[in-house]
Design a protein around this ligand. Structure first.
Ligand SMILES: [Zn+2]
Length: 584
């Protein structure tokens, strides 16, 4: 057995036998798992190693659940209790029908199908003959998550206490009191929910009461996804919500008014920062958690192409002026602003921000949160910031004329100002500022650039595949991107696999367009030129419309054609909508 494992490790890329010996050194002869020991030592390529083991012992490597019906989940869950399956790292995969009349076989997956304890556990718990599959540790974790959802281990303890309680209402009361007292099971249940969200790189968690149940959803890559929860979660909803409110230092007795708070905690040794908002709904109290600080802000990591990065770097060296990022809510504007600030953040530069709310902390930057209830608005905050001698100012959003006027004055008196606007494309930023009531010549002389952005989903690297697209389809979408002689251009699509949980997408990617205010553009803005004229000038200055930028990303295989077409408008239509805006 051990010699096979050593051989497999060698074939999977570990050429140093000493490393293999060291990995297996402390193995307990009875209970230790040699396969896990080798994997834990990280000396081999996981996939290659398991393939070798599989080949030697005639075991199939399991790639995970594709899609799972609710019925199949229910059947498979019955095989073992959640905590036992987790503890032993066993995933019930399916029941395989045998010959007519013969018994079905229960197919189980494990990272180590040779684990004797797991074997005896499985045959004790199940009446079926068992067949084993081999799987990567991550595949096992994903499989357990898909079957049992979050929070099941901690839930078992809690549910047990309810079964022993005679009065359900009273038990719920007790649970809420437990939440106040910081009950260990409730705490670990809430931690499980947070941990699940972090593992799946989600940005938000929503807990909504739904009838007698509690619905939990994670926002992953911008889309909401239901989190499978154990059946009994509903009975704990008040307790769970109370626990979160306590963690966020909110008033747990107040259920009729919305509340905001923050949680700082350490989970598995990693600090996490969560913004909590409660909203009373007719169904009961809903809680939304925004997971903060998961991002690292780097200009180079925004995904702009090299030419755009160079232009932005150039803009960032300017001593004064306004740089505006535009786009709808949730288009990643703050990420870009934080990346810009990080780029120029050094001890010689005093950077002050006013934000609503402060989403992420930047070291060495003075960040102020808007508090409307005590009169700290963007405008009043900005005034006091200017008295504090800053070099660079970031204003979360130019929402009103007063704020915008102060920002422009700041830019004209030697400050570099960053802010955002809610417009669909870069060039509409000009119209928006003029519509607000800013004199065109002030817009022309203070603004350095408008950067518009949108987020699209990134294609899954594991399952994406190229395909040819009929150029006729593209010309219907104002295709103006040069095709370099390819008649039918190659795009990419992804059918979905275990890595992307069947969605075909993993992570997100920003699309940009950048309009730099050149001398010629300044003149046009000052003379109140039409949006069409501004757009034509921008094109002469080297502006690339977002749709064309997106087509390039799709041709490079970063995202799909569908994503580009759904979030960008064609340049000609953009001009029309800008015209409508100008004359409305
Ligand atoms: Zn995939």
């Amino acid at each position: 057995m051990i010699s096979h494992i050593k051989e497999s490790a060698k074939e999977a890329g570990c050429s140093n036998p000493e490393l293999i010996d060291r990995a297996l050194e402390h193995l307990q002869p009875e209970s230790g798992s040699a396969i896990r020991a080798v994997l834990d030592a990280k000396i081999v390529d996981e996939d290659a190693f398991l393939r070798q083991i599989g080949r030697r012992f005639g075991l199939t490597v399991w790639e995970g659940f594709g899609s799972l019906s609710a019925e199949r989940i229910r059947d498979l869950r019955k095989c073992f209790p959640a905590d036992a399956a987790r503890k032993r790292g066993i995933v019930p995969v399916h029941f395989e029908e045998g010959q007519p009349g013969a018994e079905a076989t229960l197919v189980l997956a494990s990272t180590d199908p040779f684990d004797l304890q797991a074997h005896s556990f499985a045959s004790r718990e199940s009446d079926y003959p068992i067949q084993w599959l081999l799987a990567r540790p991550q595949t096992i974790r994903d499989g357990l998550h898909a079957l049992y959802g979050v929070g099941d281990d901690s839930l078992d303890d809690l549910i047990e206490s309810r079964l022993n309680a005679s009065d359900t209402d009273q038990w719920e009361q007790t649970m809420v009191l437990d939440a106040e007292a910081g009950s260990a099971s409730l705490t670990s249940l809430v931690n499980d929910i947070l941990r699940g969200a972090l593992e799946q790189q989600s940005t938000d968690i929503h807990l909504d009461p739904l009838g007698s149940d509690l619905r939990i959803r994670y926002r992953i890559d911008g889309k909401l996804k239901d989190v499978p929860t154990p059946e009994n979660m509903g009975s704990l909803k008040s307790a769970v919500i109370s626990r979160i409110k306590i963690m966020a230092k909110l008033d747990i007795a107040e259920r009729r008014l919305p509340q905001d708070g923050r949680i700082h905690l350490e989970l598995d040794g990693k600090p996490i920062d969560v913004r909590v908002a409660t909203i009373p709904s007719v169904e009961g109290e809903t809680v939304s958690l925004r997971l903060l600080g998961q991002e690292v802000f780097h200009l180079e990591k925004l995904g702009m192409d090299a030419r755009m990065v160079a232009t932005v770097k150039n803009l960032l060296t300017m001593p004064n002026g306004i740089i505006l990022v535009t786009g709808p809510t949730g288009s990643g504007k703050s990420t870009s602003l934080y990346a810009f600030l990080s780029e120029i953040n050094d001890p010689d530069t005093r950077i002050v921000t006013i934000e609503d709310p402060v989403e992420n902390r930047l070291e060495g930057v003075v960040q102020i949160a808007v508090k409307n209830d005590i009169g700290l608005t963007f405008a009043t905050g900005l005034r006091s910031i200017l008295r504090g001698d800053p070099n660079v100012i970031m204003i979360g959003e130019m929402r009103d004329l007063e704020t915008t006027e102060i920002a422009i004055r700041a830019a004209l008196t030697g400050h570099l100002v960053f802010s955002t606007l809610h417009t669909n494309d870069a060039i509409s930023g000009v119209t928006r500022l003029i519509d607000m009531g800013i004199e065109p010549f002030l817009v022309a002389t203070s603004v350095r650039a408008f950067i518009a952005q949108r987020l699209v989903r990134r294609l899954c690297k594991s399952c994406k595949e190229p395909y040819r697209v009929n150029p006729a389809v593209l010309s219907g979408h104002d295709w103006s991107y040069p095709l370099d002689g390819h008649e039918a251009p190659i795009f990419y699509r992804a059918p979905g696999c275990q890595y992307c949980r069947g969605t075909g997408y993993r992570g997100r990617l920003a699309l940009y367009e950048l309009v730099v205010i050149t001398g010629a553009m300044e003149e046009l803005i000052s003379s109140r030129a039409s949006s069409r004229e501004l757009l034509q000038q921008a094109l002469r200055d080297g502006y690339v419309p977002m749709r064309d930028y997106g087509f390039k990303k799709a041709l490079e295989g970063e995202t799909s054609l569908d994503e580009i077409l759904s979030v960008t408008t064609s340049p000609s239509r953009a001009v029309e909508s800008a015209l409508v805006g100008a004359f409305a």
